[in-house]
Design a protein around this ligand. Structure first.
Ligand SMILES: *Cc1c(COP(=O)(O)O)cnc(C)c1O
Ligand code: SF4
Length: 347
């Protein structure tokens, strides 16, 4: 059969950007790729109109075909019930918008400043706590950039600059280089930390261009990945992790505890083991933030602690993530398990 698809025009865009442009964005396409009847996913159309379906094809390829309960699928699948109001679930669960010192600059914890570098992301996770974040006004726009960099340069209490988003690695290399390069003049900033899910959902992002940008900083670099299930970590992701490890001082992972996705001890144990196989240490396991539309992922605190008890009993301490939640106004993330302090009466 003759192939009638037009040849791609020659382009300078890196491969990962072309892959990103071809992400799956419709329920029909997703159903077809997974060999599921279109009607089985179609009920989420209104939810997708509210918060778009978006998932790179390489991530879809790691989902099990014919399984509507696949743990990777559930993370990205819009559901009709997302639109039902649930008490306690809101648009800004962490009061972040009020905490912005400048557009895109969040300083909640001592010594660390977090930049909401962009609203863009390679994937739309249904449980994303910033799904309603007003990125247009509250992320680091190019107009705000100079002011924010000046504020960081002036505040000598900042030891660590955290690039977050959206996903900071969805910025192109040039924009990333501007941010990372600016730190060279800020002598008080000792560490740069990047929080990203791109190496998981789009491992081709970790290309020579990115490694070149990362190699230019003289600061210690910490990269925190975001994977929730061992099935996300295939050979391509292992390759991306290996490349990142050569570029940074510490490679960590954070997950979100999600009902139906990773709320079984065996899954969490396998996740930690698989992470270590590819050179990544588990850091945080977050309780779900109560963001509008995500209530179906809720795992209660008591059950979460019990799960962590089983995980801790099965693994060396360094493979046990900290079960944590954010409490607006608290001086640090609140660690629920493993307990960091023995009760005072313990002997
Ligand atoms: C989570 C977070 C950090 C980092 O906290 P660590 O406990 O150091 O990982 C920093 N700033 C903000 C605003 C955060 O939400
Ligand atoms: S990768 Fe992170 S920022 Fe992007 S949609 Fe998922 S949870 Fe939100």
């Amino acid at each position: 059969m003759q192939d009638t698809t037009p040849l791609p025009r020659p382009t300078a865009a890196p491969g990962w950007q072309r892959e990103l442009a071809h992400a799956v964005t419709t329920l029909d396409e997703l159903a077809a790729a997974l060999e599921l009847p279109a009607a089985s996913l179609g009920k989420g159309a209104a939810a997708a109109a509210d918060f778009a379906l978006r998932v790179p094809r390489g991530f879809v390829a790691r989902m099990r075909k014919g399984d509507p309960h696949d743990p990777l699928l559930l993370q990205v699948l819009p559901l009709a019930r997302e639109l039902l109001p649930v008490r306690g679930y809101g648009s800004d669960p962490l009061d972040e918008v009020a905490g912005l010192q400048h557009p895109g600059l969040l300083q909640k914890y001592r010594g660390r400043a977090l930049l909401v570098t962009t609203g863009a992301c390679a994937v739309n996770c249904r449980y994303c706590f910033r799904r309603d974040f007003p990125y247009a006004s509250a992320s680091l726009t190019s107009q705000a950039l100079d002011g924010v960099l000046q504020a960081l340069a002036d505040d000598t209490g900042i030891e660590e600059l955290i690039l977050s988003g959206g996903d900071p690695l969805s910025l192109n290399d040039r924009r990333l280089a501007v941010l990372i390069g600016a730190v060279e003049d800020m002598h008080h900033v000792r560490r740069i930390r990047i929080h990203t899910r791109l190496p998981i959902v789009l491992p081709s992002r970790v290309d020579a261009g990115l490694l070149g940008v990362l190699a230019q900083t003289t600061r210690q670099l910490v990269v925190v990945l975001h994977a929730n299930h061992p099935q996300e970590l295939d050979a391509d992701v292992a390759g991306a992790a290996a490349r990142l490890r050569s570029a940074c001082s510490l490679l960590l992972n954070q997950s979100v505890l999600l009902r139906g996705v990773n709320d079984e001890p065996a899954t969490l144990v396998a996740l930690s083991q698989r992470l270590f196989d590819i050179g990544v240490l588990p850091y945080y396991l977050h309780l779900l933030d109560p963001v509008r539309g995500a209530a179906h992922f809720h795992v209660g605190e008591r059950r979460a602690r019990r799960l962590m008890g089983e995980v801790a009993a099965a693994l060396p301490g360094y493979l046990v993530p900290r079960l944590a939640r954010e409490r607006p106004g608290a001086p640090a993330k609140v660690v629920l398990a493993p307990m960091l302090h023995k009760p005072a009466h313990a002997t």
